[in-house]
Design a binder for this molecule. Structure first.
Ligand code: GLU
Length: 419
């Protein structure tokens, strides 16, 4: 099955980045062929009952891209735009993300094509349980470990874990991460992706001589990644001048009161009607005045159309795949530094790894310990990228792929290809 035929293929973007690094690594054609194909793609129907009594059928996906370094790992996305191409791209990126931060995992991703804002809690539970039941044979702590992604929550992970545990007749908390604390979740997991974004951003700002107390930051997206990133930037004394969600963008050159924005979303679900900044469009936000720009929503927000208008000096990719290869080239020409997604948003899966390890031990860590280990893991690997990029005079993205591909290739060669 082809996953690269659509001219807007997200997986195609991923392959293009992979090839740039593979060329520099002089990767042989056999390994290249193997690593540009997903190990397993699963598509299934999810019939479920609406609260009205009628049945509907949604489509579910799980792509297990690579197992060389360990069980597949990656979130489950509930979104109307979910396709096999997107899930494959995201599973592909999980493979490199886990390798960049040296976790003992391969890459996977799942999704259901649906609009959760149109579903009741009971409907979401039924969809999730059926989704989990379809995957019982192929997921598990040593096979494939899902987690939250766009529009999926700790509660959804709890239903997934319960359904799997009921099927296998024993309690298996390590089958998913991002669970509520009460049932084997890890302290610090919810904010981990946003925390990782700020850790990477602050470190890179220091490397570029940018004073965190003087920079202006724009965060696109106010979900689990963007909201916590904005909150943690503000707590570190940085000025966040722009935020956004699906309802629009809000800009204030004096700085937005992020604590107030978080409270506002808590009370109103979205930023709609937020008065803490001037309302502008989402596309205006991306090219507005700022030093640091954090895309923290979906793929393909930076394209040939807008990349040359971006004013930021540093882009920190909280989202997966926000920059098309054409836009990336423009950023590089303009001297805009990009911390790529597979590094910048790896904080989430890093704490997922800690959660999986804690579940297996049955011993849970303090939040300060989780956060300290997270920072150590991210900085150790980010510093390797910075060094690699300097030595080879490449971008951080190319360096990240080089490091990740090299790690995956090493394990693949040690294990050998079973053919
Ligand atoms: N969905 C997150 C990501 O894209 C987290 C994945 C995980 O924790 O397994 O990195």
């Amino acid at each position: 099955m082809s996953t690269t035929t659509r001219d807007v293929s997200v997986f195609g973007d991923g392959i293009s980045y992979f090839n740039q690094a593979a060329d520099l690594l002089e990767l042989d054609s056999s390994m290249r062929r193997i690593l540009t194909h997903p190990s397993r793609q699963i598509i299934f129907s999810i019939p479920f009952q609406r609260d009205t009594g009628d049945f509907e059928v949604y489509t579910g996906y799980r792509v297990q891209y690579n197992f060389a370094r360990g069980p597949a790992k990656g979130g489950i996305r509930y979104h109307p735009g979910v396709t096999l191409d997107e899930v494959t791209a995201l599973a592909f990126w999980m493979t490199w993300k886990c390798a960049v931060v040296d976790l003992p995992f391969g890459g996977g991703k799942g999704g259901v094509t649906c609009d959760p804002s149109q579903l009741s809690t009971n409907e979401l539970e039924r969809i999730t349980r059926r989704y989990a039941a379809e995957l019982v044979e192929v997921v598990g702590p040593d096979k494939d470990v899902p987690a939250p992604d766009v529009n999926t929550t700790p509660q959804i992970m709890a239903w997934f874990m319960d359904t799997y545990s009921m099927h296998v007749r024993q309690n298996v908390p390590g089958v998913v991460t991002g669970k509520p604390l009460e049932i084997g979740g890890s302290r610090g997991r919810t904010e981990a992706t946003g925390r990782g974004v700020t850790i990477c951003a602050l470190d890179q700002m220091a490397a570029m001589g940018l004073d965190p107390k003087k920079v202006s930051i724009v965060v696109q997206g106010f979900g689990n990644v963007g909201m916590y990133a904005a909150k943690l930037f503000a707590e570190r004394g940085c000025k966040v001048v722009g935020i956004s969600d699906v309802t629009g963008a809000y800009y204030n050159d004096k700085g937005i009161d992020i604590a107030h924005a978080v409270e506002y979303v808590g009370a109103n679900r979205t930023l709609d009607g937020f008065k803490g900044g001037d309302k502008i469009s989402n596309s205006e936000l991306l090219t507005s005045d700022c030093d640091v720009l954090v895309p923290a929503a979906l793929e393909k927000v930076f394209t040939v159309e807008n990349a040359s208008k971006v004013k930021a000096k540093l882009i920190v990719e909280g989202a997966n795949g926000p920059t098309t290869p054409e836009a990336d080239r423009i950023f590089n020409e303009k001297g805009i530094v990009v911390i790529p997604d597979i590094m910048a948003n790896a904080g989430g899966v890093t704490v997922s790894y800690f959660e999986w390890a804690q579940d297996r031990m049955g011993y849970f860590w303090k939040e300060s310990e989780v956060n300290a280990r997270l920072e150590e893991t991210l900085l150790e690997n980010l510093h390797q990228l910075q060094k690699l990029a300097k030595t080879h005079n490449t971008t951080l993205r190319v360096a990240a792929y080089q490091l990740a591909i090299d790690r995956v290739v090493r394990t693949s060669k040690l294990r050998g290809i079973y053919a």
